[in-house]
Design a protein around this ligand. Structure first.
Ligand code: DAH
Length: 345
């Protein structure tokens, strides 16, 4: 007695089952197939039930055959089920697997300097000011001389300069004030502009200094511009930027390109003016330098009409960002640590 004497042909059962399974692409058909072969009254139940009727010596062979066929069909069934549920099969009811979690794209944020710059542009746009940039590489004429600082003028010491040539005529601009001259040379008066951009000084790189920083410059020129206009524009600007509750203080100061000159402070936004570490216990934060355009600046720009007047101002954007967002170290603005930048989303 041998395998061929078994009362069933297991191979053809398996082949037929696999063939049926192959053509299926719907869950409902798969379930029917499962019941047909593995249900309580299915084909394999019958086969197992027939074992006791088989001749004694053939029973172990029959058992082994049936079990390995079951294993083979079960594996094929599970594989098919997976394919149908993923929509891999051509005619699956589900064409796509919506349960797969998607990849989350990482997204960036605007740098605090960009945020503050945009805010400043927005405020001055509203007041009718145009926006300029000017070159970062300047000549001695625009950066110093035309701003009423001839060679050896002691005020040049206020700005430790990066020179690009041995004759000290080409340099990295130490402030945005040279844009005043470029605009006065080019645009017709009356005019009102701001200039925003990078500025450079041979400064230490520590918590409050950086050799590269940003400034905003303002210039308004016409035939009836007075110090009152300067006060009104700057008070409006500062209240828009820091909130309507701040106090504003004007103190006399000195700049070679303005006369009279002023330094302008706001009440400390951290302590409200009571005194804290940020305002060095003074209650005030210095924000702007400003003044009435010096007649020499008009003259150097080629404007000869003695009736022209104007005001100008300059402020550090890094400093404004640090105050606005409570940043305690200017170096955070250039390290670009993702944990720092993520806070501005
Ligand atoms: N340029 C000056 C600086 O870098 C800031 C400044 C002061 C600009 C007074 C002005 C001004 O236009 O009128 O420190």
């Amino acid at each position: 007695m041998a395998e061929k004497d078994l009362p069933f042909d297991i191979e053809s059962i398996v082949n037929k089952a696999l063939e049926e399974l192959n053509g299926m692409d719907r869950d409902a058909d798969l379930e029917k197939w499962r019941l047909k072969y593995f249900g309580r009254k299915g084909i394999f139940a019958d086969l197992t039930g027939s074992i006791p009727k088989i001749e004694q010596s053939l029973r172990p062979i029959a058992g082994t055959k049936i079990n390995s066929a079951k294993r083979q069909l079960n594996a094929a069934f599970e594989e098919k089920k997976k394919r149908v549920s993923c929509g891999v099969e051509a005619n699956s009811e589900i064409k796509m697997n919506f349960t797969l979690s998607g990849l989350k794209p990482d997204y960036g944020s605007l740098h605090p300097i960009t945020l503050v710059s945009r805010e400043i542009v927005r405020i001055f746009h509203g007041l009718g000011f145009g926006v300029h940039t000017g070159p970062e590489i300047e000549t001695d004429f625009y950066n110093f001389e035309a701003l009423n600082m001839p060679v050896d003028h002691p005020a040049r010491d206020m700005w430790d300069t990066f020179y690009l040539d041995s004759k000290r005529k080409i340099l990295l601009r130490t402030h945005t004030s040279p844009v005043q001259i470029r605009v006065l040379e080019k645009l017709p008066v009356p005019l009102r502009i701001i200039a925003i951009g990078k500025t450079f000084r041979r400064d230490a790189f520590d918590a409050s200094h950086s050799p590269v920083f940003h400034q905003v410059e303002g210039l308004m020129v016409g035939y009836d511009i007075t110090f009152s206009n300067l006060k009104a524009v700057l008070a409006f600007f500062l209240r828009e930027l820091f909130g309507p509750e701040i106090k504003i203080r004007f103190l006399p100061s000195y700049f070679p390109f303005t006369e009279p000159s002023a330094e302008i402070s706001i009440s400390c936004v951290i302590c409200g003016g009571k005194g804290c570490q940020t305002c060095a216990w003074s209650g005030w934060l210095e924000i702007l330098g400003a003044g009435m355009v010096h007649p020499e600046v008009f003259r150097k720009s080629g404007l000869k009409d003695p009736r022209l007047t104007g005001f100008a101002f300059g402020a550090g954007i890094d400093r404004i960002a640090m105050i606005k967002y409570r940043i305690d170290d200017i170096r955070h603005l250039s390290f670009n640590d993702i944990r720092f930048l993520n806070q501005f989303r």
